[in-house]
Every structure is written in C-alpha cells, then in structure tokens.
Design a protein around this ligand. Structure first.
Ligand SMILES: [Zn+2]
Length: 202
C-alpha cells in the first residue's frame, strides 16, 4: 500500500485521470515491500468508498465519494500495492478528516455517545467504532508527537487538537516512524504483517 501525500479523497480522480476520464497508466513509484526505486508500475484499478464531510444547506453531511483506486505492481518482487489518498484511512470507509471531525465532536466536546449522534449524521454504532479506533491509537500518536515533533502532550484532547492543526504532517510522520497508516486497524495485529505501507509525493 502506498499513501500518496500529494493526493486527497476529493481530488483523487482529477489527479489520476486525464481530461477524458481515462486512468493515467504512466504512474511509477518506489516499492514499499522490497524498496526498489521506481519499480512499481500500473497494474489495475478497483473501486472503493470514501466518505467525507461536506456542508450542505448549512448542515454537515457525510458524502460518499466513489473512487477508482490505482493498483501498481513491483517489477522486482511482484507484489501489488494500492495508491491511496493521504486523507483516506486504509480499509475504512470513513476519511481521516471525517474521522477527526467526529472525534472533535465526541472527545473535545466531551459528548456522551448517546448525545453525539443527534448533532451528526452518522449512526451511534459508526461513531462508537470510530471512538474505539481513536482509543487504540492515541497513545502511539502521543509517542510520535514526542519523537517527531518534540511536543509533550498528556491529554487526549491536546493530542487531538495537535492532529487537527497538523493533520498532513502527522500522517506523514506516523507512516515514516511506524511503517503503518495512522488509524489503520486492518492487519495491524498480524505477525508477521502481510501489508506493507509506503509513502509517496509531497
Ligand atoms: Zn518490490
């Protein structure tokens, strides 16, 4: 898996397709598995959902962006890797920005889960799952802030505020330090890990 920090959910199609809507098959990047330089080239595409929050009629709503994701294959080790926008959470239908907005409403406003859904469109089950993801990750994000940003924060609220202000930089540093996507739970506990996570662009 390759996280492209130059592409976001909203402009993924624009950045990966030409004016006629055809996929750019000239894509080339380093392999996150064997680390061979410029060895991964176009292989295929697949479709996935990515939800982002957008304002509609003054209300914050979840909008479903259906993305045609590019997969590349390494010519050296023959593994294949999806190229994902930096604000998508791999294997989750919720975008990172939507996830952080939900956490902002729940963690910062100190809302109970029963109250929160009334202010947001997503279901309480959806929010509960997102809160579990946050709880699983926030300690490792706190460590990252110390190591990569020399920032010593104690509370969940402070850590969340920092991520909200510096989202892209935190995403980038998290991948570099942990070789893993931030808030990415799928395959995380497998040992040895079957998924490799690389980073691309700037
Ligand atoms: Zn490779």
């Amino acid at each position: 898996m390759i996280i492209d920090i130059g592409i976001e959910v909203k402009n993924y199609s624009k950045k990966t397709k030409d004016k006629t809507g055809k996929i750019d098959k000239t894509v080339i990047c380093d392999c996150p598995n064997c680390h061979a330089k410029q060895s991964a080239t176009y292989y295929c595409t697949y479709w996935r959902h990515a939800f982002v929050f957008e304002m509609k009629d003054g209300i914050l709503k979840l909008i479903d962006h259906h993305l045609e994701i590019i997969r590349v294959e390494c010519n050296s080790c023959e593994t294949t890797h999806a190229i994902l926008p930096w604000d998508a959470i791999p294997y989750k239908q919720c975008s990172l920005t939507a996830f952080l907005l939900i956490m902002q409403k729940v963690v910062l406003a100190d809302n109970t889960l029963e109250k929160a859904p009334k202010k947001l469109q997503p279901s309480s089950q959806f929010i509960y799952e997102m809160v579990c993801v946050w709880k699983e990750f926030w300690a490792s994000v706190t460590s990252l802030l110390r190591v990569a940003f020399l920032t010593y924060l104690e509370s969940e609220a402070e850590v969340l505020q920092f991520i909200l202000k510096n989202t892209k930089m935190v995403v980038e540093q998290y991948i570099k330090h942990n070789k893993w996507g931030i808030f990415m739970t799928h395959g995380r506990k497998q040992n040895p890990r079957k998924i490799t996570v690389g980073i691309r662009g700037n």
